[in-house]
Design a protein around this ligand. Structure first.
Ligand code: TYD
Ligand code: MG
Length: 459
């Protein structure tokens, strides 16, 4: 019987401490240390993990980079363009993907959908959260039939690896890593050391057998993946599923991707029969109105390589209390304060005594600074109660001096606006360089200052 031992783990960064301290010396977070029991394992324990294990003495030999063939392991094509794009073109064999999101956002649904749609691939879906019947019910809802998807209700990694050895699946989904435990460590499932150890076991399995593994992970209240940051370092790809559970749209982003770009985004719509892909986001995100409404402005933004037109809404009203309120959905509140300060100080609009509310339609979060000008115009439009014509859109960043700054990929933004039938687009004068204005039928208005935009819009 090996000796039991307790140590303290920081729940935020995963650092191990020998005794309890109030503040983690590694990440400086307060009150994050939790006592966990760990058993000191002997070296032999680990080798029996799964018999697919190579003999450690037989280590890999260096290979010439030129001689390493890529064709041996082509990417597994993913059904569905959105996930494929976020993953960077398909599933890389032997890769390990961490898939995070808030409870109820649709992680299990998306993974089961993937498992069901990969028709000629043997998939093992390991669930530690739901029973086989519950998963069956979900599969019925999704309505895709396949005869290559196996469900395993199990939480112990040793048992899972035993089953994997029998079944030899080509893809493994773990739902969720927080419910899985390994017998080599005595702390409870979901604790830092358990999560880290289980993830490490799956990582080893993925790399040695070249089987891709998807691990679902829960998210803490602060919005980071539960369990230590180490988990994010270990895996190849970190996917985040976000969106408002009150809205039907869900955004899939890669926050880390060793095999692709992290700029890409996938959009899904939660419907009665699973998650549906949204291939024409712009058309859905812009409300078709019969007449123009003040406070509404359309921004031509970029999400990764995909241009997207998004409706921004602003409401400016006299402050009901002495401290004016600022509230924003889908846009960084600090950036909103900055934009308001620019309008106040540089352009002389009296907004300090006004309540300002901002909303990005569809419950989408936007990080592209190209949305600035649309927001500013929406705020001014609501403040003056003058609607912006419906055929106008904006693509520019606003700087601290009130200057209109250029944004990247302007041609793509303009083309998308043109495609959707907009007739005018406001961009920064600095974006004009190298741009062939004549090649577009949409009217391109270049501006330098906010006042200029204001005059051109409202005359
Ligand atoms: P789920 O995948 O269980 O979320 P997670 O695994 O991230 O916790 O999805 C839960 C929500 O999705 C639930 O509130 C119901 C909804 N849903 C639908 O609206 N339609 C469907 O077809 C399915 C399967 C779920
Ligand atoms: Mg789930």
């Amino acid at each position: 019987m090996a000796k039991t031992k307790t140590t303290y783990f920081c729940q935020s960064c995963g650092t191990q401490h020998n005794k309890w301290v109030g503040k983690c010396t590694s990440c400086n977070e307060w009150n994050t240390l939790v006592e966990e029991v760990v058993r000191k394992e002997t070296k032999n324990d680990r080798l029996q993990l799964f018999s697919g294990n190579k003999d450690p003495k037989q280590s890999n030999k260096p290979e010439l980079l030129q001689e390493i063939g890529l064709q041996d392991y082509p990417r597994i094509p993913v059904p569905g363009k959105e996930l494929a794009r976020v993953l960077g073109g398909g599933i890389v064999p032997g890769s390990i993907v961490l898939f995070g999101g808030e409870p109820g956002i649709g992680k299990s649904t998306l993974m089961l959908q993937l498992a069901l749609r990969l028709k000629n691939l043997k998939v093992l879906y390991v669930s530690g959260e739901e029973s086989e019947q519950q998963i069956k019910m979900r599969a019925e809802r999704i309505g895709v039939t396949t005869n290559s998807c196996f469900i395993l209700q199990e939480t112990n990694t040793q048992n899972i690896f035993q089953q994997i050895e029998v079944l030899q699946p080509q893809l493994v989904v773990i739902d969720s890593i927080q419910t899985i435990h390994t017998s080599y460590i005595e702390s409870s499932p979901g604790s830092v050391s358990q999560v880290r150890e289980c993830a490490a076991e799956f990582l080893r399995f993925a790399k040695e057998t070249n089987t891709p593994v998807f691990m679902i992970g829960h998210i803490t209240k602060e919005g980071s993946l539960a369990g230590p940051k180490v988990l994010e370092h270990m895996v190849d790809t970190v996917l985040q599923f976000e969106g408002d559970t009150n809205h039907i749209y869900r955004l899939l982003r890669a926050t880390k991707n060793r095999f692709g770009s992290t700029n890409e985004m996938g959009i899904y719509e939660m419907s009665g029969d699973g998650l549906r892909e949204v291939t024409n986001p712009s058309e859905i995100l812009i409300t078709q109105r019969e007449y123009a409404t003040s406070g509404v402005a359309i921004a031509a933004t970029m999400e990764g390589n995909r241009p997207m037109l998004i409706e921004t809404q602003a409401l400016v009203s006299s402050a009901a209390y002495s401290v004016p309120q600022r509230s924003s959905t889908g846009f960084d509140l600090r950036r909103l304060s900055m934009l308001l300060a620019v309008l106040e100080k540089r352009c002389g609009f009296r907004l300090a005594v006004k309540d300002v509310f901002i909303n990005i339609a569809g419950g989408i979060k936007v990080e592209d600074p190209g949305i600035d000008l649309a927001l500013v115009c929406g705020i001014l439009s609501s403040n003056e109660d003058l609607p912006i014509p419906q055929n106008v859109c904006f693509a520019a960043e606003v700087g601290l001096t009130g200057e209109i700054r250029p944004v990247n990929r302007i041609e793509q933004r303009i083309s998308e606006a043109q495609k959707l039938g907009f007739e005018k687009i406001f961009i920064s004068s600095f974006n004009k360089k190298g741009l062939d204005l004549k090649s577009f039928s949409i009217e391109i208005i270049t501006v330098n200052k906010i006042e200029e935009v204001f005059n051109k819009l409202f005359g």
